[in-house]
Design a protein around this ligand. Structure first.
Ligand SMILES: Nc1nc2c(c(=O)[nH]1)N[C@H]1C(S)=C(S)[C@@H](COP(=O)(O)O)O[C@H]1N2
Ligand SMILES: [Mo]
Length: 320
């Protein structure tokens, strides 16, 4: 995702894969070394945060419809290898992300709806309930994880919002508090983080709002208290720490698309046949295992979502 400052892996495609792997391993080792600090972080969190008022709901009923072809990624590895640019642009962001204040957390529903409203995260979660699903996650940087999310289908929030029939897209937006998230002071990013889906995508069964992971309320570095999980798309579409859902009739422009449209388009459907302009998408590294596997079209979720894209003529458009 690093399009501004050049890194070791920002290089001709012929060399991108090995260097890219090297970068990931190094970042992972650094993250794990830093995770020795985790008990202190957890302690600080316990002192400053109220206990989650919906903790009794987790993990929720397990929904067995979504099976994995690989083991769940170790919680500690997943929780110490994150993308959360609001805090910093390295993978080692978990500690800084603990500064995020997740209560009170108010979500705005606006735009083309019967009546705009706001709802607190705890009221929302109590109202809709949570279930547990195992999902794969494929980052555009060619690495992947497997996560036990808890949460609810985005479709339930759409139903609650009562969009007008003219609304064709959902636009989502991340919090903007510079006092806790220093990355927001980096003016070269077009903050806030924004992502969007078509209404058909948003009401598809797979589109999920995660409020928990690994059997408990979701950790801050994963986008507490509520983040999107759209596992058939590259990871950047899965926007974290959402504060607003707007129902609109124009295609929303995501933050990454705003920054570099040729690399991070609206669709961002996982497609191993269409390389990123700077590296191949044919395979992925399963973070924490050293294993590399071929990447599957729609990240293996074609049975749920392929029908949504029948009318897009080319493979490129599936991706971009
Ligand atoms: N608000 C926000 N959402 C975000 C990001 C981000 O930087 N900010 N990074 C995205 C990217 S590129 C990925 S791969 C996933 C990473 O989620 P994880 O850290 O829980 O694995 O979050 C996505 N959502
Ligand atoms: Mo990503």
């Amino acid at each position: 995702m690093n399009v501004i400052r050049r890194r070791g892996w920002d290089m001709p495609e012929s060399r991108a894969t090995p260097e890219h792997l090297f970068f990931n391993r190094r970042a992972l080792l650094a993250s794990l070394a830093a995770s020795g600090l985790a008990p202190n972080v957890a302690l600080a969190q316990r002192i400053t945060d109220q206990p989650d008022p919906t903790i009794d709901l987790y993990p929720g009923k397990h929904n067995g419809a979504f099976t994995l072809d690989r083991p769940v990624t170790d919680e500690k590895i997943n929780g110490n290898y994150n993308n959360f640019y609001e805090f910093n642009s390295s993978k080692n962001v978990a500690k800084q992300a603990q500064a995020l204040k997740i209560r009170p957390w108010t979500i705005k529903i606006d735009g083309m709806v019967e009546k705009p409203f706001e709802i607190g995260i705890d009221d929302l979660v109590r109202k809709v309930g949570v279930e547990e699903r195992l999902y794969r996650h494929r980052c555009v940087e060619a690495w992947s994880m497997a996560i036990p999310w808890s949460g609810f289908p985005l479709k339930k929030l759409v139903e609650m919002a009562k969009p007008l029939s003219a609304a064709t897209y959902v636009r989502m937006e991340t919090f903007m508090d510079k006092s806790v998230a220093p990355g927001l002071k980096q003016a070269w990013y077009p903050w806030p983080y924004v992502e969007g889906l078509t209404m058909a995508e948003a009401t598809n069964d797979l589109a999920f709002l995660a409020t928990g992971a690994y059997g408990k309320p979701i950790a801050k570095q994963h986008g507490a208290p509520i983040r999107l999980a759209v596992p058939w798309k590259y990871g950047f579409k899965s926007i974290k720490s959402i504060v607003k859902f707007s129902f609109v009739d124009k295609r929303p422009k995501g933050m990454w698309e705003e920054l570099q449209a040729s690399e991070y388009g609206f669709w961002a459907n996982v497609n191993p046949e269409v390389p990123h302009p700077r590296w191949s998408q044919a395979s992925e590294e399963l973070i924490g295992t050293g294993e590399r596997r071929p990447t599957l079209l729609f990240n293996g979720y074609g049975e749920y979502v392929a029908g949504l894209y029948k009318d897009l003529e080319s493979k490129e458009r599936l991706w971009a």
